[in-house]
Design a protein around this ligand. Structure first.
Ligand code: GDP
Ligand code: MG
Length: 597
């Protein structure tokens, strides 16, 4: 296809504003998929994506559209992941296209992720067409949304298209706008091959599939291509496009988006953002700005049943095949046994991985408290990264500690603003900005990431009854008074409960943890002290008194079956206990203790 008849675009939106539904309508309106094969949310393939309504990996579809000007166009839609954890992948896929549809739910208005995603599109120099969705609903208010788009985002909303992705109203206008308002790609077919690696995933039949956007030159079957990041060379076995099913093509030229397979074994060998060129007569310089995503949140994953450790290892290895941004290494914990220390792009990523392990591989897991990566500066002048609070070096050797900070953007209706400010303040936040768009406030805070990874989303949702939206970006590291707090049960440290805390908040956290554990740990025949300590100094303490009575004593008299039931129940409970020194701690105690409230 010649460049003038190609349009490449993505759809940016806050979650639930209708991105997937709009994509479905575009596919349907252009008869890309026969009606009988049409199902909802065609591009959201993974189960978890469907259930949670989020698109995790970028998906792509090539649409052929006969425009009203009588000409045929090839439209390539890249559906970008909708969540902040995948920001780097969003920014890459944005650079593979020239324009964006900005979808805003006209019953809701601009939200935090609308902003984050549209800024990525603006960064990538996109032409942006605002699309106001859900006009079939009575609460739809186009003029209010238009005002917001202009005030908050600062782009012209006069050419916005009002649509209902549900009924199909306005879809033709969207297709026409893609053709006439978005720019055609540019590129030189005769120049050396330069293609961007937009995404990659593992396919059980084909091996690693690589999504590419060709910038210059051409690629075809049997070409030997080099991945410039690590210099590896592969021969292309298969080349094609998504409609959205795979369809082979002879070649891909400038401006085109498609896939290749090349007997690549691991997703790890294909870095998003990398440049692909020919082994011989290749391009000299790779595309700018290669900057792979790195894990920022770590936690331990342990099987509830230690006999399932090998199964967990297999499952994690398989998952990692398809998710290069997920890292893992073996970890042992006195409390939890053998498990893995895993790194994630963020909390959602963590949840998704944990969910898949539990669901697809049927392994029940204990997750330890998520921790961020700290930079520990030693007195000898060296620096080390701390991924696990249990590994914190002795304080006498530590000069200072730095923690990651984020810039958080929160949009919230007026009436909840006070609660949101208080929450951010409580989490050691520094207010950077506060503005209004109609009756919604936009607050920007500088916050420590470690205060956010616990339960910030949940708290934010509950104090705003679900009306706030939240987005963040990592800003950098800053020194603060951070210490490791240990929990001692019966004078033995429980490594799985160690955490890094700000010194000023240590007593509060320590007290809360001890109180909680006191309720969670069953009483034993002896007294058990539960303590929180910083470097040997106890800062909070509770005592679990000794058990005096027989558990069955509270069953009066002769009810033998009830007695038996109670004893059986106790026995069953025992199986899930973790022996800890002389103390048995039920596994639920860890899970509950690790949840903050
Ligand atoms: P995404 O998260 O942006 O991909 O949003 P979805 O496409 O999954 O849509 C979220 C919800 O809004 C779904 O329940 C859709 O059925 C619904 N929805 C999407 N577009 C419309 C629309 O135009 N009108 C109405 N009434 N509902 C819509
Ligand atoms: Mg979706």
């Amino acid at each position: 296809t010649d460049l003038a008849h190609i349009r490449n675009f993505s759809i940016v939106a806050h979650i639930d504003h209708g991105k997937s539904t709009l994509a479905d309508r575009l596919i349907q309106a252009t008869n890309t998929v026969p009606d009988r094969d049409m199902k909802e949310q065609l591009l959201d393939a993974m189960d978890i994506e469907r259930e949670r309504g989020i698109t995790i990996k970028a998906n792509t579809v090539r649409i052929e559209y006969d425009a009203l000007d009588g000409q045929s166009y090839v439209l390539n839609l890249i559906d970008t992941p909708g969540h902040v954890d995948f920001a780097y992948e969003v920014s890459r896929s944005m650079r593979a296209v020239e324009g964006s549809l900005l979808v805003v739910d006209s019953t809701q208005g601009v939200e935090a992720q609308t902003l984050a995603n549209v800024y990525q599109a603006i960064d990538a120099d996109h032409e942006i067409v605002p699309v106001f969705n859900k006009i079939d609903l009575p609460a739809s208010d186009i003029s209010r949304v238009a005002e917001q788009v202009e005030d908050v985002i600062g782009i012209d909303a006069s050419g916005a298209i009002a649509v209902s992705a549900k009924t199909g109203e306005g879809i033709r206008e969207v297709l026409e706008a893609i053709v006439h308002r978005l720019p055609a790609p540019t590129g030189d077919a005769d120049a050396p091959l330069k293609a961007m690696l937009v995404d990659s995933w593992y396919d059980p039949y084909l091996g690693v599939v690589v999504l590419v956007r060709v910038m210059d030159g051409k690629m075809k079957k049997n070409d030997r291509v080099m991945f410039m990041q690590n210099g590896t060379v592969h021969q292309i076995d298969k080349i094609g496009v998504f409609r959205p099913k795979m369809q082979d093509v002879k070649e891909l030229g400038p401006g085109e988006i498609g896939f290749i397979t090349a007997s690549i074994k691991q997703v790890r060998d294909t870095k998003v953002g990398d440049t692909i060129t020919h082994e011989k007569k290749g391009c000299e310089k790779p595309l700018p700005g290669f900057n792979p995503s790195i894990p920022v949140v770590f936690c331990g994953l342990f099987p509830v049943d230690s006999a399932e450790f090998e199964d967990l290892r297999d499952a994690i290895e398989k998952l990692a095949l398809n998710d290069a941004s997920f890292s893992y290494e073996m970890e042992t914990s006195a409390a939890l046994g053998f498990g893995f220390r895993c790194g994630f792009l963020g909390l959602l990523h963590l949840e998704v991985v944990r969910d898949r392990l539990e669901r697809e591989y049927d392994i029940e897991l204990i997750t330890t408290a998520p921790s961020v990566v700290y930079n520990i500066y030693m007195k000898d002048g060296t620096m080390q990264e701390l991924h696990n609070p249990a590994d914190m070096p002795d304080l006498t050797y530590v000069d200072h500690v730095e923690e990651p900070r984020i810039k958080a953007t929160i949009m919230v209706p007026d009436e909840f603003l006070g609660d949101v400010l208080k929450l951010c303040q409580d989490r050691r936040g520094i207010q950077l900005d506060l503005t209004y768009a109609g009756s919604r406030a936009m607050v920007v805070y500088d916050l420590p990431l470690n205060e956010v990874v616990f339960d910030f989303y949940d708290r934010l949702k509950s104090v705003t009854k679900g009306y706030a939206s939240f987005d963040y970006s990592i800003e950098g590291y800053r020194q603060d008074n951070l210490v490791k707090m240990q929990i001692l049960v019966n004078d033995e440290p429980v490594d799985a409960l160690s955490m890094m805390v700000h010194r000023d908040r240590a007593e509060m956290r320590g007290r809360a943890m001890c109180e909680k554990l006191k309720d969670l740990i069953p009483r034993h025949m002896f007294k058990i002290p539960i303590q929180a300590a910083i470097g040997g100094k106890v800062i909070a303490r509770e005592t679990l008194s000794a058990l005096r009575k027989d558990v069955t004593a509270k069953c009066y008299g002769g009810d033998a079956t009830r007695k038996k039931k109670l004893l059986e129940k106790q026995k069953a409970g025992k199986k899930k206990m973790r022996q800890f020194g002389k103390v048995e701690i039920p596994q639920e105690a860890f899970i509950s203790a690790l949840k903050m409230d």
